[in-house]
Design a protein around this ligand. Structure first.
Ligand SMILES: NC(=O)C1=CN([C@@H]2O[C@H](COP(=O)(O)OP(=O)(O)OC[C@H]3O[C@@H](n4cnc5c(N)ncnc54)[C@H](O)[C@@H]3O)[C@@H](O)[C@H]2O)C=CC1
Ligand SMILES: CC(C)CCC[C@@H](C)[C@H]1CC[C@H]2[C@@H]3[C@H](O)CC4=CC(=O)CC[C@]4(C)[C@H]3CC[C@]12C
Length: 369
């Protein structure tokens, strides 16, 4: 990637490349990375849509593999210039065991770092999460915070615990000597709640609203604000960060960046209504219809039922003590660090992001009929 070799074609590896975010990163690389020579897409479950990408000018290699298997990761990483590590187990509903979440998110990340060191890959971008910071278990608001904002990060849930540990591994690996003697350069991107085409929870809310005759019921006060970011902009930020890591290694190496764009600050439910409203749903209630203590009770009941039923059946509703705490705590970011460090500007305006998401919800909803 030296200046004299500007025309050199690069090999990129995207782990988790068939997930919600991963697919957007893959497509963004193909559209916007002129130096891309080969794109390796590594995932436990490969999507059929990959086939259509194989007919383009860039060589696309689909690799079915598991990040918890060190030898599979090493084989995929060997010869890659850049790794974008988005693979992860996103589970805040108790579907997977804490051990599995740790294994995929922490050991999987350790394997990716180890593979870079062993094979001489120098550039690693890690998809972290706002959850590494908070909301914390005390429900403290994080209001328009940035990467330097002091906040008491206290984690108990397996998902944020695993993301925090994995992020630390990635940042500590910055500067480690890789095969060939050069230093590894790493950075971590922390999206807030991602939305856009492919967002399963949004689709689930839509289907639930349809089942309820077009109504959704407000559960959380409108004053609780959530940071949200469009998936296309998160993907673009990954592509830019990966591109600039070599040239700006001294500045970017070992750094964290929140992912942000022009999406408005709103409560989780009001934000979702930006898309679900134009699809025909209505949010009932200017205030929550149920008192908060009742939601706390229902969330605890769900947790108890999950535990009791576990030997028989997986019961994993959206509402549990953790999701209620996250939904009920303000967490918004306001930062320009990515702009200052590597020239990031959102590629999609709020209007574009909104329109694209509405079109996807409409299509996803009608295909469910
Ligand atoms: N969805 C969100 O709002 C946010 C997500 N993130 C992070 O972004 C990343 C991507 O998340 P999403 O796209 O939402 O999730 P997703 O579940 O849609 O995608 C994750 C992908 O990783 C793959 N994967 C899981 N375990 C694997 C394993 N053992 N080996 C190989 N591949 C494996 C899955 O098959 C899937 O394709 C994750 O690291 C997540 O922690 C961060 C902030 C917010
Ligand atoms: C019925 C309840 C009162 C409302 C439930 C909403 C919740 C399911 C979601 C509210 C906030 C979401 C989380 C937030 O966007 C931050 C996240 C970051 C990640 O890295 C992974 C996903 C998530 C934890 C996201 C999950 C769903 C919510 C808890």
């Amino acid at each position: 990637m030296a200046d004299s070799a500007q025309a050199q074609k690069l090999v990129y590896l995207v782990t988790g490349g068939c997930g919600f975010l991963g697919e957007h990163v893959v497509r963004m690389l193909l559209q916007r990375e002129p130096r891309l020579g080969e794109l390796r897409v590594f995932d436990r479950h490969l999507g059929p849509w990959l086939e259509e990408l194989k007919t383009g000018p860039v060589r696309v290699t689909a690799i079915q593999g598991d990040v918890t298997e060190a030898h599979e990761v090493a084989a995929a990483v060997a010869g890659a210039h850049v790794v974008i590590h988005t693979a992860g187990l996103v589970d805040v509903f108790g579907r997977a065991s804490p051990e599995t979440i740790h294994e995929v998110n922490v050991q999987g990340t350790r394997n990716v770092i180890q593979a870079c060191v062993q094979t001489g890959t120098r550039f690693l971008v890690y998809t972290s999460s706002m959850e590494v910071v908070g909301p914390n278990t005390k429900g403290h608001p994080f209001y328009r915070g940035n990467e330097d904002t002091l906040y008491e990060a206290v984690h108990r849930h397996p998902y944020p615990c695993s993301k925090a540990l994995a992020e630390r591994l990635v940042l500590e690996a910055n500067g480690r000597e890789v095969h060939g003697g050069l230093p590894l350069v790493t950075c971590a991107l922390r999206p807030t709640g991602i939305y856009g085409e492919g967002h399963q929870i949004m689709r689930d809310f839509y289907r639930q609203g349809l089942r309820l005759g077009g109504w959704l019921f407000r559960a959380i006060p409108a004053s609780v604000e959530h940071g949200r970011v469009y998936v296309g902009n998160v993907a673009w930020m990954h592509v830019l960060a990966a591109r600039e890591l070599e040239r700006r290694a001294a500045l970017m190496g070992g750094q964290v960046y929140f992912c942000y764009d022009g999406s408005p600050y709103k409560s989780y439910e009001d934000f979702n209504m930006e898309f679900l409203g134009p699809c025909g749903l209505q949010l009932v209630g200017a205030r929550p219809l149920l008192p908060y203590w009742l939601l706390v009770f229902l969330a605890a009941l769900n947790a108890l039922l999950q535990w009791l039923l576990r030997p028989l059946v997986l019961y994993a509703p959206l509402l549990n003590p953790y999701t209620l705490a996250v939904a009920n705590t303000t967490f918004t970011v306001s930062t320009d660090k990515a702009q200052r460090h590597f020239g990031y500007e959102p590629l999609f305006s709020w209007e574009d992001s909104r329109t694209r998401t509405i079109l996807w919800v409409q299509a996803a909803g009608s295909s469910a009929q």
